[in-house]
Write a protein that binds this ligand. Sequence first.
Ligand SMILES: Cc1cc2nc3c(=O)[nH]c(=O)nc-3n(C[C@H](O)[C@H](O)[C@H](O)COP(=O)(O)O)c2cc1C
Length: 261
Amino acid sequence: MLKIGDIEMKNQVVLAPMAGVCNPAFRLIAKEFGTGLVCAEMVSDKAIIHGNKRTREMLFVDEREKPLSLQIFGGDRESLVEAAKVVDQETNADIIDINMGCPVNKIIKCEAGAKWLLDPNKIYEMVSAVVDAVKKPVSVKMRIGWDEDHIFAIENAQAAERAGASAIAMHGRTRVQMYEGKANWDVLKEVKKNINIPFIGNGDVETPQDAKRMIDEVGVDAVMIGRAALGDPWMIYRTVQYLETGELKPEPSVREKMDVC
Ligand SMILES: Cc1cc2nc3c(=O)[nH]c(=O)nc-3n(C[C@H](O)[C@H](O)[C@H](O)COP(=O)(O)O)c2cc1C
């Protein structure tokens, strides 16, 4: 089973953090459908520190959602550490996750998100600073690299591990790919072989069978599911069941979908 720091998950299925999607209502539904670990949408470090009301609301964690990972992003060490302390001391989250994968320009311009993928030293410094400042386990979520010519997946993952991260989730695309093309599971496989902390694979898990294939072929400790769960929490339920029993449950009926709506 997946264990991050001293937090134990009941299975190997993780709901990916998705901005604008992974709010408490959606997370709770995903949880009810069996998700082992739910991730909240990313929150800006500066917004956390400035304490605006909407951001503070984004930090709310319902007891029933736990274990839950709360993701922060930022480009500046001091504010990232301060925000991590707020999540550590003032929220009900179990894990603090650092975003190193967001590809959008607005975030990159602030030296945050996927920008870090070009600099393993920065990853080491930032993650160490956060780990030293908090009690909760810290994980990171990254992409395999910036573009095809800058894939530092192993160096970056090892830097995070050396810095004290308790787990790594990796999306098998580069920043430049955004959400296009195919996720590169071969790179994920190489990363898994080169680190010793739990490794969560992400990208193009669209069916329960894909999840099993990622576990068997890539060797990941858990699978992270994003878009396939959008509007379809049954995908998560069916994946959990398939991994646990080998049985492929049928797609939900219209009636079942209406009931959950
Ligand atoms: C609408 C949307 C919002 C996302 N927001 C975040 C986010 O806040 N933090 C993050 O690390 N990744 C975010 N992602 C990326 C996903 O977590 C995931 O890495 C990506 O969708 C690939 O996985 P998939 O093929 O299972 O969808 C987002 C993706 C989507 C589609």
